[in-house]
Write a protein that binds this ligand. Structure first.
Ligand code: URA
Length: 198
């Protein structure tokens, strides 16, 4: 079965998920979107209001800024994969609870297993905490890490502030744009196996 078919099958299963209470209050599950053959996977926190309405990740204000950053490095949404730590919107855009991120973790693991991205870009502290627990976003943004993740093997991560942090803060916007510019170079380094554990 090719990767696209596997992703579609997985998405179908996800839409029927009721492993945590979020499904009771969200409009729909937002599994993720993009190319199943993507070399880069972006992982955010969870769907917001707009994403919940449209069933697509990063389509609100933070998504607009993400699109802007993608354009600066000539990346297109159709060539990458975008998903979130939790696939259902936490009401009022609160942070997801640990039991919610825990319940959703098997879905994310399956997505990574199928797509096998060469590089995973972690958008914000929730995403960072899931893969690099204990690390601070203020100290890791703009840096790449190679880590062994149980059942997934060695993966390379690149940490970024969440795009939403830039919406009302010009300094953060500059920092994000500067960090984002490193993404293609980091991918090239991964391909040359030049990323070492930090
Ligand atoms: N913020 C996220 O973390 N994910 C989305 O999909 C949208 C906004």
């Amino acid at each position: 079965m090719n990767k696209q078919t596997q992703v579609e099958k997985l998405n179908k299963k996800m839409t029927a998920c009721s492993r945590c209470a979020l499904r009771k209050t969200c409009r729909q599950v937002v599994p993720g979107e993009g190319s199943a053959e993507a070399e880069i996977m972006f992982i955010g926190e969870g769907p917001g209001q707009k994403e919940d309405e449209l069933g697509r990740p990063f389509v609100g204000a933070a998504g607009k800024f993400l699109d802007e950053m993608l354009a600066t490095v000539n990346l297109k949404r159709e060539n990458i994969y975008i998903t979130n730590i939790v696939k259902c919107r936490p009401l009022g855009n609160r942070d997801p609870f640990p039991e919610e991120t825990g319940a959703c973790w098997p879905w994310l693991k399956e997505q990574i297993k199928i797509i096998q991205p060469k590089l995973i870009v972690l958008l914000g502290r929730h995403s960072l905490e899931r893969f690099l627990p204990g690390k601070k976003i203020s100290q890791t943004h703009g840096l790449a890490f190679r880590r062994e993740i149980p059942k997934l093997g060695k993966l390379v991560f690149f940490a970024l502030y969440h795009p939403a942090t830039a919406l009302y803060n010009g300094t953060m916007r500059e920092t994000l744009l500067r960090d984002f510019r490193r993404v293609p170079r980091v991918l090239e380094k991964v391909k040359k196996e030049q990323i070492y554990e930090q």
